[in-house]
Design a binder for this molecule. Structure first.
Ligand code: HEM
Length: 217
């Protein structure tokens, strides 16, 4: 970035570089870490799904033996675990929404949007649409099993040309982390009624940082 020049030969300022580094950290690390945190919080509150997912991970471990390291095919088998994460992200999208700019004038449901206006797409609202998610406030990971969902109805990674390019990488990070966590540890929250808020507008954050007591299995 220090050496990068634009078409006029101008270098980025320190503030522009800081802005990009900050963006990378929030966009890749914080989103993935927060998704793991939220998944742990939901799992801990739902023993029925917890047991199903432990079973899926145990079966994968058995099939891996004597191999110890996870490989691509093992990750593809983590269907229940990934459906659970998807339902967490539908209920509590880590990124609350995104902006788009209208590149031409258009009318949508009697609202006239002039070219150049910024439009906010709220993931929280989109993902609770009862037309696509019957009983939308019910936590139900089976919504993501089989053929999954209609495109653009559950959009925690955005959509279209600017959709998150790190989605598949994030999926691997989350599933590998959950596999090792569930095989080796159990946890209890220190603040059982902790809330999840969007204090900085963009990212979901448990108010106390989800402190836990961790114990080895
Ligand atoms: C669970 C984890 C993640 C979530 C929920 C997430 C979510 C998102 C969302 C909602 C967007 C905006 C998409 C849009 O405008 O349509 C985005 C963009 C982006 N994400 Fe992620 N992300 C995650 C992980 C990652 C990781 C691990 C990386 C990189 C290693 C990454 C890199 C990016 C980049 C570079 C963009 C900007 C793409 C562009 O503007 O063209 N993300 N992400």
């Amino acid at each position: 970035m220090i050496n990068e020049q634009d078409e006029d030969g101008k270098y980025m300022t320190e503030v522009e570089i800081e802005d990009k580094v900050f963006g990378f950290i929030i966009g890749s690390y914080d989103t993935t870490a927060t998704t793991i945190t939220l998944t742990m919080k939901y799992l801990q509150q739902m023993p029925e799904y917890f047991n199903e997912i432990i079973q899926e991970q145990n079966e994968i471990s058995m099939q891996m033996m004597p191999r110890k390291e996870l490989c691509w095919n093992d990750i593809q088998k983590m269907r229940k675990t990934w459906s659970f994460v998807n339902e967490v992200l539908r209920n509590t999208p880590v990124v609350q929404g995104i902006f788009r700019e209208a590149i031409e004038d258009f009318t949508y449901e009697d609202f006239y949007i002039p070219k150049g206006w910024k439009i906010y797409l709220s993931f929280g609202a989109t993902q609770k649409n009862g037309e696509y998610f019957p009983n939308p406030t019910k936590f139900d990971p089976s919504r993501f099993e089989g053929n999954g969902q209609v495109p653009y109805t559950s959009v925690p990674f955005g959509g279209g040309h600017r959709m998150c390019p790190g989605k598949e990488f994030a999926r691997i990070l989350i599933l590998v982390f959950l596999h090792h966590l569930l095989k080796k540890f159990r946890w209890e929250p220190k603040v059982p009624s902790e809330k999840i808020l969007y204090p900085f507008f963009l990212l979901a954050i448990p108010t106390d940082g989800y402190p836990i007591t961790l114990s080895a299995v």
